[in-house]
Structure formats: C-alpha cells, structure tokens
Write a protein that binds this ligand. Structure first.
Ligand SMILES: [Zn+2]
Length: 716
C-alpha cells in the first residue's frame, strides 16, 4: 500500500515549518497594529489580546480608589441618599463595588461643593477663541477623501431589500441568499436561516433590521459566473411603537447627530460648508459656552441620555465583575418608548462602543433600531479595522461608513409616528480629527435634505460633539485645552415648537454665550417634548439652581462651573482674580501703566510733569483656572480623577489695575495685555479711564492738546 503523503517526513517538516511561519507572522502583525495616540482615554482601542478574544474582560482589578488623589476619608463617609447610586438589591453587585462608585461620587460632589464656595454667582466668561489661531491650526492637515470601491448588488429601503437596477441591467440569473443578523445581546448575535430570492424580487425585513447577503449571477459580458457578498440595513416591518398617551400624539421628533472628538472650533475649521448651512440655512443656534462635564465619550453621553453622570448610575464596569448591565439605567429611550416614540440609537465602531468598552453593555437593545449586531458582523467584530493595509476600513461595501450612518438616519426620519434618534459617528474623527473633512459635502447634503423634506417643521435637531480633540500635542497648548472642553452644540428648533412658544428662539440665542453642559441638553430635550416630569432635580449642595437647566428658559448669567456640575479642571471659563501684592506682576502691572501714561505726555514733557506711582488700589488677572491649566490627563482608566502636571503657559494674560499717581492725585483704571514670553505689556489708550476729576491739572495744554487732558499735570 502506498504511503499516504502526509506521513512522509519531508511533508511533515514542511507543514511544521509552515505552522511556525504562520504563528510568527501573526504575532508580528500584532506589533504593527495601528495604535492610536492618547485620544479618548475612556474609549481606547482594546489591546492586542482583545483582537483575538475581543470580548474578554480586562483582568485588571485596579481599584478606582487606588488612583484617587489623597482622599479626605471623613468626607466620603456618608452618601446623600438622593444622589447615591441605586440600592444594592436592584443592582446585584456586591457592596464593596458599590462603595467604590459611591466614594468616587462623593469625592467629586465634595470637590464641587468646595469649588462652589469659591465661584458661586461669579458667572462664566467664555474664552473668545480664534478658530484659526496658529496654536491649533498647526495640527491641521489635508487628508485624502474616503473613496469606496465596487458596487453593492443589494440595497434596503425601509423593510424592503432588493437588487439594484444597475446590477439587474448587467446581470442575469441572479440569486441572492439573505440571512438576518439577529441581535441577542450587546455581545452576542446570531445569523438567521437562508432565504433565497431570485431576480428582482424583494426580501422583506421582519426578524431584523440587517441582513447578510450572498448573490450570484451571470454578467452579460462575461462567461464566468459573477458573485457578490455584502451587508445591508433598513427597518424591519415588525416594530410597532406604543400608542401615545392621550393628547401626546403630536409631540415633536428629535434627532441628535453627534461626532466624536468634535470641538466647536474644530467644526468651524474642518467642516466649513456644513457650519455655514447650519447657520445660514437652518438658522441653528451654536452654543459657544457648551462645556464638557468629564473625560471622554461616556461623560458626555450619560448626561445627555440619562440626565446623570456615570458615578450616579449603577456601577456596571467590566472590571467590577458583576453582571450588571446598562438596562437598569434610566435612559431616555425607555421613557420615550412609553410615550409612543419609535427610537433609534445608531453608533459605529462597536469594538470601542461608548457603553461596551468599559461597561457591560446592554442585555436588550435600548432602542427599537440599533446597529450593534450589524457592525459586529460587518466588521468581523472589529477585525476589519485592524487588518494591516486594509483601505476599506472606512467603508461598508460601496459606501463610506459615516455616509451609511447619515443615510440610515435620513431613512429613519421618513418612518411614520413619533421619532427619537441618536446617531453618533466616530470612525472619521476618533483616529485623526482631520479626517472629518471628508464628510463636509455629505453632511451639507444631509442637512439640506433634512430641511427640504420638512423635518424642520416638527423635528428638534442637535448637531454635536462629545468633547474636542485630545491628542497629547493639542493638550500642550492653552487653546487646545480650551477647545477640548468646548465641544460643538448646534441646535435647530422645530417651527411647530416656535409657534407654540413664540419666545424660545430668542431665549435660546441669549443662552448661546452662557455656560451650558450636557445636563442641560437632557433637560432641553425633555422640555421640548413637554416631559419635564423626567427632569433631574439634582442640585450641587449649596447651589441655587439645579445642575441641569433647560435652554428654552434664560440661563442665569451668574451660573458658575460648580453650579453646573463642572469640576474646576474641566471648566473653560475665564475668571478675574485679585493679584496679591507679593506677586511680581502686581508691581509690574502698576509700573507698566504709569510708564505708559508718561509715554503719552512725553512730547509735552516741557509742560507736563513726569508722574510717579503713589498707590495701587488693586490689580486683577483674568485666567483660565489653575486646575485646568495644569490638567494633563485622567489618572485612572475610567477617567474619574485628574492627573496634574506643569501648567500650560498662556501666550498672553489679561490684567486690570487701578492706580494713583502724583504729583496731584490722578486715579486711573486700565485693562492691559501681558505678553508672557516677552515679559511686556500692551496697553491701548482707549482702555484707560481716569476715574477722578482732573480739574485744572492740564490747563497748560488744554487748548493745544486736549487729548492729553486726563494725563497731563502742568509743571507751572
Ligand atoms: Zn469621544
């Protein structure tokens, strides 16, 4: 009997060598994997280990406590029951875990209470930042646009999936096998049974919104059979929203369209056309004082979608090893479902999902329409993204992924009944914010179609970012730090609501320069939907207003960061503070002002005396707060606690001073700009005022040089 080939020593050696080579190649691949810079710390790529077992839970049990800054133990002893996370029994977590969340929450509450004593009622001066300042534009670069190859054979629209005309025109004997991609939980999905559909017949979505499709056929110009495999998505016909309660049949729709890592200024710079369309055509109100309340994506999305912070919600982080999921949290999706809304939550990049990367995710999909299982299948659980040399990672079939997100959102808006949609796009901004420009034209198209198809009548639109870019280099600049804290928030009120409440557009506009937060967005959405009963009444201890305030009522101008629930290191507000007499700038500022006054009378020195400083009433400095200037990054993986380092030195600082000069008694107040690097002041005579009467001090020059009246003290 002849020897079977694989029994021969020669082949065995070859096979072993091949296996070794494959293992070696696979491991080496790991080191070449794309690694992002330190962007969204709380939403970082899984490590290589996660590439193979991507759902494996991190083993690290590093306690959150260990990373806290020296914690005043006594201050965390008792938690305020109103704000404490849910009771242990509905959570099924052990009390130690709960204690940790509680401790962190108390710690942050305590910090806010302390900060409130300092800043209560001081209001907020939003820094006026030039979107095109060199400090930040140095990081801009032009990247090639995303171009996707090929032609999808099958597309779905609402519940109907069929072969597109272009393929029908060129291909005969088409047979397509459809498999539903069925959601089981955030970590699990199953592929439904085969259904074969021939020719131009349609497949109706009933079991799922998404399908995997394999087609074969004969191209008219080729003797070889042609085939296509891909994924498509629409809306299954089997979702029937509840009947709205009486008199709530016609409440407005909501679309919140978010882009990861998109600051207000970044959007102006990199999405100029969309920005113009939002302002000029949709008459959007863009908030210039919209400030983040914590680190990373979850810190923005929890407040917007639940009205609470992560620490006020059950602790369902993976590392806590409890079975808790986000299903127990008070998401707005659940409230609106009860109110008869059809809900959608669309997010891309499931392997770093906002609520799945650090958390256990959902056991049941939170919204009627939810893309998680679709993207898990389509991206082979994220492997697509990490394939070396893969140039289609930004594409789903023939369509850029961000465009698919816009398309499905647009389709959702065309469904009937009341609608609430939250769409969050990350792939084109998360790696490199410059990439977002590729979507400018498509977003313009989306926004115009939103307007043309009448959505402006009854749909509240918000276009937002969760936070600004977080590259280490950007964070080294003051403007970069401020931009990180000031994400995009553009709001378009529906016409029907404006008719019902005629002054809200004006009020919203007057709030554009006030300090606002994601907590306010939650309150605003509920206000617009006339569901104020779900507002969160929480107040920081000692505060006069609730932490979240609706933007459809005037936001008090004296609202400060602590009152709005913003810890000092996230607070972008500039504040005027007294400069102490020991500060070298105290004397420098006063001297610079006298010298400037003397320089103004220099040409008339034979008549006007040199004035000398006889007293300093006060000197004030306007600054971003010191915690913000020295904030480096989050200290712990959850982003609860800040790590502080050397302060970023601003290029300029604003000062104000009130001085008294002799001879005579001239009292002056002035605003001055200090150029830090050059250690000099820039002063403009328009920014100086004389606050006491000069009487006949300048009599010798009044007729000839009246513009020097307030500075000159005549020698004679
Ligand atoms: Zn983010």
């Amino acid at each position: 009997m002849p020897k079977i080939w694989y029994r021969s020593r020669k082949y065995q050696v070859i096979i072993i060598a091949l296996i070794i080579f494959c293992i070696f190649y696979y491991t080496s691949l790991g080191d070449n994997l794309y690694r992002e810079p330190n962007l969204d710390l709380t939403r970082r790529w899984p490590k290589l280990r996660a590439r193979t077992h991507w759902l494996a839970r991190p083993k690290s049990t590093l306690s959150r406590l260990a990373s806290l800054e020296s914690l005043p133990v006594s201050s965390v002893a008792q938690a305020d029951a109103r704000h404490a996370p849910r009771a242990v029994k509905d959570l099924n977590v052990d009390s130690i875990d709960l204690g940790l969340t509680n401790t962190n929450n108390r710690y942050i509450e305590k910090r806010l209470e302390e900060a409130l004593k300092e800043d209560k009622g001081t209001g907020c001066e939003i820094p006026k930042l030039d979107p095109f300042a060199k400090e930040v534009t140095q990081f801009d670069k032009e990247l090639p646009k995303i171009v996707c190859q090929g032609q999808d054979w099958v597309k779905c629209y609402h519940a109907e999936c069929k072969v597109v005309q272009k393929i029908l025109d060129t291909t005969t004997n088409i047979k397509c096998t459809y498999n539903d991609i069925i959601y089981k939980s955030d970590s699990e999905y199953k592929i439904g049974p085969d259904t074969v559909v021939a020719g131009k017949d349609a497949y109706t979505l009933t079991a799922s919104d998404h399908v995997k499709v394999k087609c074969t056929g004969n191209h008219v110009n080729s003797i070889l059979p042609s085939k296509w495999t891909g994924h498509s998505l629409g809306f299954r016909s089997t979702v029937h929203p509840k009947k709205p309660p009486p008199r709530r049949e016609n409440t407005i729709n909501v679309l919140i369209l978010g882009f990861d890592s998109t600051s207000h200024n970044g959007f102006i710079r990199r999405m100029p056309k969309s920005y113009r369309v939002l302002l000029d055509e949709l008459r959007a109100t863009v908030l210039s004082g919209y400030n983040i309340v914590g680190d990373g994506t979850p810190a923005a999305l929890f407040p917007i979608l639940t009205g609470k912070t992560e620490l006020e919600l059950p602790d369902v982080r993976k590392k806590m090893k409890n079975n808790g999921t986000l299903d127990s949290m008070p998401f707005i999706f659940y409230k609106l479902k009860e109110d008869g809304y059809r809900t959608a939550y669309f997010e891309d990049m499931p392997w770093i999902g906002t609520f799945q990367y650090r958390f256990n995710g959902f056991r049941h999909q939170p919204a009627d329409h939810y893309l998680r299982s679709f993207y898990l299948e389509e991206s082979s659980r994220g492997k697509k993204w990490f394939n070396v040399g893969s140039n289609n990672k930004y594409c789903v079939g023939d369509t850029p992924q961000y465009k698919l997100m816009l398309n499905i959102t647009d389709q959702f808006l065309k469904l009937d009944g009341k609608r609430f949609c939250f769409t969050f796009i990350a792939d084109i901004t998360h790696d490199d914010f410059n990439m977002i420009s590729t979507a400018d034209d498509d977003l313009v198209h989306f926004l115009r179609s939103f307007q043309r198809s009448g959505n402006v009548e009854d749909t509240l639109l918000m276009v937002m970012g969760d936070h600004g870019p977080r590259y280490a280099k950007v964070r080294d600049t003051l403007q970069g730090k401020l931009e990180e804290r000031l994400p995009l928030m553009a709001i378009v009120l529906p016409e029907s609501l404006k008719r019902e409440r005629p002054n809200i557009q004006e009020i919203l506009l007057s709030n554009a320069d006030s300090l606002t937060t994601p907590h306010d967005i939650y309150a605003t959405v509920l206000d617009a939907l006339d569901l104020r009963q779900h507002w969160n009444p929480y107040k920081v201890t000692g505060a006069d207003f609730t932490r979240g305030l609706t933007l459809l009522e005037p936001i008090p101008k004296n609202r400060s960061c602590s009152e709005a629930g913003i810890e000092p290191h996230w607070c972008a507000c500039l504040a005027w503070r007294d400069v102490s007499q020991d500060d070298e700038l105290y004397q420098k500022t006063a001297n610079a002002l006298v010298n400037y006054i003397n320089s103004l009378t220099e040409s008339m020195r034979h008549k006007c005396a040199i004035r000398k400083l006889s007293g300093v009433e006060w000197v004030m400095r306007q600054r971003a707060n010191s915690r913000m200037l020295s904030f480096v990054a989050a200290k712990d993986a959850d982003g609860y606690v800040g790590q502080f380092g050397a302060r970023v030195t601003p290029n300029t600082e604003n000062y104000q001073a009130k001085i008294i000069v002799a001879p005579g008694r001239g009292v002056y107040e002035a605003s001055m700009v200090y150029i830090v690097k050059e250690d000099r002041f820039e002063i403009n005579s328009r920014d100086i005022s004389r606050t006491n009467a000069y009487n006949n001090e300048p009599s010798c020059i009044s007729d000839t040089h009246p513009h020097l009246n307030m500075y000159c003290y005549c020698n004679d």
